[in-house]
Design a protein around this ligand. Structure first.
Ligand code: G3H
Ligand code: 13P
Ligand code: NA
Ligand code: ZN
Length: 328
């Protein structure tokens, strides 16, 4: 059944687990996520970005999610709009039937320009007023997502600030977070703690000074009733990088957020964990390997099926590691 994200995250908070929020663009990702949730008995957050709407078209995305609910009626699903850039964008998603929206007021309508606190409060508060009137949950963002190591937002053509960010912007201030939640009434808050979008988060395995679990603790202590969201939470599995590079890919050495660090965050109020890149890597590795090993095959279903099982395994691992398994 389609349920609000608030309801889902409240349950996660009550029972101390986190829910991975996977990005969806196509049928194969959808299948992988739902089959993994079905096997592990997990609640599901499916999110669609502006890039996904551009790729698949909003009606196709909507019906993909509705199809998931129809085929897996026993699994609770939240249909979330990722990184909305204005109240108008959020309004259109609500009209389409999304049960949750993110108003990312940390960046401007272009999704690239860091905005000030007052702008963020204004657009987020307006979105909350509209969304709550329709029973739709809202995620806000305070601070600019970017790698504490490189100072860069990460994504090239997706969401993310342009240019180098300073340390001030890269860590959400706990006091400001408390003020922001009070002023906007958001259900969930995405915080900046040193993660960034995409595959290139860290040039070496992250340690205590590249990712601030300490900051999560401080924010959670200040706003214990607000569900915290970690964006840029792909772990960039080294085994998939190896498969990609073994079969013709050229991805330089790079590191993501270790699952163990995310689990630590979940102990301190993180309830929604955004993962997109890991499914892209698994999917690409599966295609490269299959086509290299089966050069005479040309039926796309053959290699797309491989992507489903590769992504499904990643999803199962995250549902289990984050403690969502068994909570559908
Ligand atoms: O927030 C970034 C997500 O990974 C979505 O990426 O904008 O390329 O669809 P995208
Ligand atoms: P990754 O690029 O780390 O998968 O992050 C995805 C994300 O935050 C989507 O909003
Ligand atoms: Na989001
Ligand atoms: Zn994000």
């Amino acid at each position: 059944a389609l349920i609000s994200m608030r309801q889902m995250l409240d349950h996660a908070a009550e029972h101390g687990y986190g829910i991975p929020a996977f990005n969806v663009n196509n049928l194969e990702q959808m299948r992988a996520i739902m089959e993994a949730a079905d096997r592990t008995d997990s609640p599901v957050i499916i999110q669609a970005s502006a890039g996904a709407r551009k790729y698949a078209g909003a009606p196709f995305l909507r019906h993909l999610i509705l199809a998931a609910v129809e085929e897996f009626p026993h699994i609770p699903v939240a249909m979330h709009q990722d990184h909305g850039t204005s109240p108008a964008v959020c309004q259109r998603s609500i009209q389409l039937g999304f049960s949750s929206v993110m108003m990312d007021g940390s960046l401007g309508e272009d999704g690239k320009t860091p905005m000030d606190y007052d702008y963020n409060v204004d657009v987020t508060r307006r979105t909350v007023e509209m969304a709550h009137a329709c029973g739709v949950s809202v995620e806000g963002e305070l601070g600019c997502l970017g790698s504490l190591e490189t100072g860069m937002a990460g994504e090239e053509d997706g969401v993310g600030a342009e240019g180098k960010l300073d340390r001030e912007q890269l860590l959400t201030d706990p006091e400001e977070a408390a003020e922001f939640v009070k002023a906007t009434h958001v259900d969930a808050l995405a915080i900046a703690i040193g993660t960034s979008h995409g595959a290139y988060k860290f040039t070496r395995p992250p340690t205590g000074d590249t990712l601030s679990i300490q900051r999560i603790k401080e924010i959670h202590a200040r706003i214990p009733d607000t569900h915290l969201v970690m964006h840029g939470s792909s772990s960039v599995p080294q085994e998939w990088l190896d498969v990609i590079n073994q079969y013709g890919g050229e991805i330089p050495e790079t590191y993501g957020v270790p699952v163990s660090e995310i689990v630590e965050g979940i102990k301190h109020g993180v309830r929604k964990v955004n993962v997109d890149t890991d499914l892209r890597l698994a999917s690409t590795g599966a295609v490269r390997r299959f086509l290299a090993q089966n050069p005479a095959e040309f039926d796309p279903r053959k290699f797309l099926k491989e992507t489903v099982s590769a992504m499904r395994d990643v999803c199962i691992n995250r549902y289990e590691s984050f403690g969502a398994a068994g909570n559908a």
